[in-house]
Design a protein around this ligand. Structure first.
Ligand SMILES: C=CC1=C(C)c2cc3[nH]c(cc4nc(cc5[nH]c(cc1n2)c(C)c5CCC(=O)O)C(CCC(=O)O)=C4C)c(C)c3C=C
Ligand SMILES: [Fe+2]
Ligand SMILES: [Fe+2]
Length: 318
């Protein structure tokens, strides 16, 4: 296809992420959005604000997202003939997805690809981001042909990058101890009801975990699965939770642990507080050594994965 068949506007590339507060003053509004109108008690607000205070008073997620977008766009534009333009939209905070969509319409974008910086599909995550795109289009009475990346949990670059993190974590222990090191792969918990609803989230996570463990050359008894960061709502959430799982492993005599969250692609509060502070406290109580290698952030293998899945969607539009 020649360039003359395309409109003059570039092809839009919309990157979506969870969003994070840029200061502690943002916390009430941020939580109100996440909790979708349900009342947040002062105690919960204070607890979560304090968690953010301990990781530096703001979320590093917006900054990591911008760095991931810049790196991915460089690689994607080098592979694709058409001019591209990147947009960032967050689900729970500024810059909102709906505003990014309005900007795309203002720029005259007619075709776009969209991706969430979360590799696993769920009706409670990726589907909600996509609904916000549709809401943005409808509130602005506009139309853009979108191709959506739904998931990328088995992509080889993503799997290899995390397997490298696993090995890096194990190698943090002295050589003679490495056979005794146990690897915990984890992801954000969701309410148990998603299983009855046929949601693919749990299956996709387990598939990623098996591939990562195999790529890292782990024995079956050398790794296990756990959920983390369950929300504060009364319904049951998928488990085991990281804290109880660590107690269980400790009871079996495991005292050296590497923690690799596989559902998050950058460092933020669910890692920097829930693992680096809360789980480290549990480890200290249990006499365990816990090593947590860095998240994927701008790892070239991960950025290559994002570029590849987006490239396929761009091709589907051309
Ligand atoms: C797969 C689903 C989810 C991912 C991934 C996820 C990432 C994520 N979450 C936070 C911060 C918070 N999440 C909170 C609640 C919450 N999170 C999810 C799902 C995912 N979050 C759910 C279903 C809920 C419960 C919402 C509700 O209705 O109550 C909260 C609020 C406090 C709490 O309930 O714990 C915070 C804060 C970050 C930073 C993040 C990173 C990508
Ligand atoms: Fe969340
Ligand atoms: Fe959370």
């Amino acid at each position: 296809m020649t360039d003359s068949t395309h409109t003059e506007a570039p092809l839009g590339v919309l990157f979506m992420a969870y969003g994070g507060p840029e200061s502690l003053e943002d916390m009430p509004g941020y939580l109100a959005d996440i909790r979708a109108g349900r009342v947040t008690t002062q105690a919960v607000l204070d607890e979560i604000t304090n968690n953010y205070r301990q990781i530096g008073g703001k979320s590093p997620l917006p900054e990591f997202t911008r760095a991931q977008v810049e790196a991915t766009m460089q690689e994607l534009q080098a592979r694709v003939q058409r001019p591209l333009k990147a947009y960032i939209g967050m689900r729970h905070w500024n810059p909102w997805i709906e505003d990014a969509v309005r900007e795309m319409l203002d720029d005259g974008i007619t075709q776009a690809v969209a991706i969430v910086l979360a590799p696993h599909y769920s009706s409670m995550s990726v589907a909600k981001y996509q609904k916000k795109i549709k809401a943005g289009l409808s509130m602005n009475h506009g139309h853009i042909d979108f191709e959506f990346v739904n998931e990328y949990h088995t992509e080889s670059g993503y799997v290899t990058a995390l397997a490298n993190r696993v090995r890096e974590g194990i190698e943090a222990f002295p050589e003679g101890e490495r056979d005794d090191v146990h690897v915990i792969l984890s992801a954000h918990s969701l309410p148990v009801r998603i299983l009855r609803e046929g949601d693919p989230y749990a299956d996709q996570l387990h598939e990623s975990a098996r591939l990562i463990a195999a790529a890292a050359g782990l024995r079956d008894d050398q790794w296990s699965w756990s959920y983390q960061s369950a929300g504060r709502s009364p319904e049951p959430w998928l488990g085991p939770q990281l804290d109880e799982h660590m107690h269980d492993l400790s009871g079996k005599g495991i005292k050296k642990v590497v923690s690799v969250p596989v559902g998050f692609v950058s460092d933020h509060v669910e890692i920097l507080f829930d693992i680096d502070i809360a789980a480290q406290e549990t480890a200290a109580e249990l006499g365990m050594t816990l090593v947590r290698p860095p998240a994927l952030n701008t790892d070239p293998l991960f950025i290559g994965t994002l570029a590849s899945v987006l490239e396929r969607k761009v091709a589907a539009l051309s």
